[in-house]
Every structure is written in structure tokens, then in C-alpha cells.
Ligand binder design. Structure first.
Ligand code: FAD
Length: 327
């Protein structure tokens, strides 16, 4: 299957997220599977122009800078409309984005406008008669094997499932395009922002240090915060913790909290109830720190340390600092 793979580059007023370039990892996987013959990056809005200079390193041969007065800030329907127009004008073989809230929102609009099926949160893909996909469903509580047959494959990459590292390509050619957006396209757009948390977020962090009832109190989270900072990660927690008011609900992982898929999930004093497990089961690696060697989390985790988290975590942080100082 030859043709372009369009990669929608997620950015916020010109700043790419850590996850943004994971979509290129999926695009390169498609190329390796014989789907498509080149990658074209789509950078929507003039404030993202500088990102077009970076995408060559991720395998894009061409970067499209999409300019329009209505594209001054993130507007999901307008972004979806832009990509749907590109599907008509360029006839790509596939369109991909990273499966963040925004990536999935944009591709949902795109596929609705273009009347195409959309497979979200893909973790593995192979080509044959159409595409065979594995994707994360129900917020990480199950993996689905799916077959996709479509005129254009619209896919998002589950976060942390494909490499965001540069692949060694050269500069991409740059083209500026001006779409003919429908008057209603930017009726939903960002008009104001309230900062809830600075830096790495729970849903995008590669490392999450998470605490449960075993942490014991709000102050007990200090060693978890320290380790998360050392690892450039984020702090998560169980529902018992939010019920007790030790951490905000925005930190809760699970069925009634966030569904996350970090590279490493460190579960400290968390028993591993199913309602918690469904929120973090898509993690690549799980380390349990628990006093009970029969806790569910210990049985399911790839690694476990049996003991008091209040002794183990400071020792781990101390060892990281010691090794960094001598490196
Ligand atoms: C409808 C519904 C939705 C729910 N949604 C969620 C959700 O989204 N997220 C969620 O987390 N839960 C959710 N729950 C609650 C869930 O069922 C569990 O009650 C909860 O996850 C347990 O939290 P925990 O593991 O922190 O506490 P516990 O189950 O009490 O486990 C505490 C653990 O800490 C260990 N421990 C104690 N002291 C130490 C120490 N010093 N060092 C190391 N380990 C120690 C213990 O051995 C134990 O394993 C939901 C429940 C329902 C019914």
C-alpha cells in the first residue's frame, strides 16, 4: 500500500507534549509493515510553525504548516475539519495521532466528517488484508484484537506504546496551506485556561509513583513526591487516599479516576483492588512496595519489594542521588 501517512502533531500554542512524537513511532511502524510510503506531518495553526522544523528527525519527508485566522488556539472541530480536508485533497493511506484526549478528539471529528472508521489507542499493528490491530479498550481494562478495513486508516497510538525518539531523518520539506474552514468549525475552542498543575501530568508521565492507604496520611506522601521529582514523574493515588482528603481527586487512578499507561508504575501501599488495577493495568512495568506479600498488587506486579514504604522510598531516593553524584 503506497501513499502518504499523515501525522497530526499535537501542540499547545506551539509547544509539543512529551507524547506528541509517539504518533511518528506508530507511523514508522506502519511504514515497516508495508502500509504507506512516506510520512507527512500536519502542524495546525501558525503558532506551531517551528515544530515543522523538528519533524524531519522523526521521519517526516514533508511538513504541512496549516494557517487560518480561526486556528489561533486549539479548536477540536476545526482541527478535525482541517484533517478531513487533507484526506480529500491528498488521499493519504493513513492518518495518525497520539491517543491523548486531544489526539483522539481531533481524529473523532476527522473520521465523523470524512465518514471513516477510527481505531483509537492502538498498541500493535500488522498489515495483511487490511490492518490487524491490538488496542486498549475500556480505559485499559481489556485489550481488543481488531481487524480494520477502510479506504483510509484513521488510528491513534495509545500513549507510551510507540517510540517518540527521533529516527534519524533529515529536514522535512515545508509547505504552507490555507484550508477553507466551515464558518462553524471553531465554535468549540479554548477561550481561557486555568492552571491546575505545573509540569508533568499524571496522564502523560512516563513514571508514576502512586500511594494508597499504606501511606497513612497526607504528609506521608512526601517521600513519594520526592521520588517522583527525582524521576521526573508524577504522583498518583488510590481512592482511599482521595476519600481521606490526602490528595486531590485529579491524582486518583482507577475506575473512577484516571486511566494511565506509564512506562513504570510504582504502587506504594496499594492493595491492588480491581477498581484500582483497571486504571493502571496498561503500565509497561509495575513495581509494588507493600508490607503484605500476599497483596493482589504484589502478585500481579513484575517487581515487588516487601516492606514498609516509609523506609524503602527514602532509601531508593538516597541511592538515586548517590549514583547521580558519582556518575
Ligand atoms: C464503584 C467503585 C469504584 C472505585 N473506584 C476506584 C478507583 O478509581 N481507584 C481506586 O484506587 N479505588 C477505587 N475503588 C476502591 C477500591 O475497591 C479499593 O477500596 C481501593 O482501591 C483500596 O485502596 P488502597 O489499595 O489504597 O487501600 P487498601 O486496600 O486498604 O490497601 C492498603 C495496602 O497498603 C499496604 N500497606 C499498609 N501499610 C503499609 C506500609 N507502611 N508500607 C507498605 N505497604 C503498606 C497494605 O498491605 C495494603 O495492601 C472503587 C470502589 C468501588 C466500589
Amino acid at each position: 500500500m503506497s501513499g502518504e501517512i499523515l501525522v497530526v502533531v499535537e501542540h499547545d500554542r506551539g509547544v509539543a507534549l512529551d507524547t506528541s512524537y509517539q504518533a511518528f513511532g506508530l507511523a514508522r511502524t506502519l511504514l515497516a509493515a508495508g502500509v504507506g510510503s512516506s510520512i507527512t506531518a500536519v502542524v495546525i495553526g501558525a503558532d506551531g510553525d517551528s515544530l515543522a522544523d523538528e519533524v524531519g528527525a522523526h521521519g517526516a519527508a514533508l511538513a504541512l504548516r496549516v494557517h487560518h485566522s480561526e486556528l489561533s488556539d486549539y479548536a477540536p472541530e476545526a482541527w478535525g475539519d482541517v484533517v478531513a480536508e487533507l484526506i480529500v485533497s491528498r488521499s493519504p493511506v493513513a492518518v495518525v495521532a497520539t491517543g491523548t484526549d486531544r489526539g483522539n478528539e481531533v481524529l473523532a471529528h476527522t473520521s465523523a466528517i470524512a465518514d471513516l472508521p477510527f481505531a483509537a489507542n492502538v498498541i500493535a499493528v500488522s498489515a495483511g488484508d487490511g490492518l490487524s490491530l491490538t488496542r486498549v479498550r475500556w480505559g485499559g481494562s481489556l485489550l481488543e484484537q481488531a481487524h480494520l478495513d477502510a479506504a483510509v486508516f484513521v488510528l491513534s497510538a495509545a500513549t507510551h506504546s510507540f517510540s517518540a525518539e527521533p529516527s534519524g531523518g533529515g529536514d522535512a520539506a515545508i509547505e504552507v496551506i490555507e484550508p477553507a474552514l466551515a464558518a462553524t468549525a471553531s465554535r468549540t475552542r479554548i477561550v481561557d485556561r486555568v492552571t491546575l498543575a505545573a509540569g508533568v501530568t499524571l496522564t502523560t508521565a512516563a513514571v508514576v509513583v502512586s500511594g494508597g492507604r499504606g501511606v497513612g496520611s497526607a504528609d506521608g506522601f512526601a517521600p513519594l513526591i520526592e521520588l517522583a521529582d527525582l524521576l521526573s514523574g508524577a504522583v498518583g493515588c488510590s481512592r482511599v487516599v482521595t476519600n481521606n482528603g490526602w490528595r486531590p481527586h485529579s491524582d486518583q487512578v482507577g475506575q473512577t479516576g484516571k486511566r494511565i499507561a506509564p512506562e513504570l508504575y510504582i504502587a506504594c501501599g496499594i492493595s491492588g483492588a480491581i477498581q484500582h488495577w483497571v486504571g493502571m493495568m496498561a503500565s509497561k512495568h509495575v513495581l509494588a512496595i507493600n508490607t503484605d506479600n500476599e497483596a493482589n498488587m504484589v502478585g500481579k506486579a513484575e517487581y515487588a519489594v516487601i516492606g514498609d514504604l516509609h523506609q524503602i522510598l527514602p532509601a531508593v531516593s538516597e541511592e538515586i542521588r548517590r549514583r547521580r553524584a558519582t556518575a
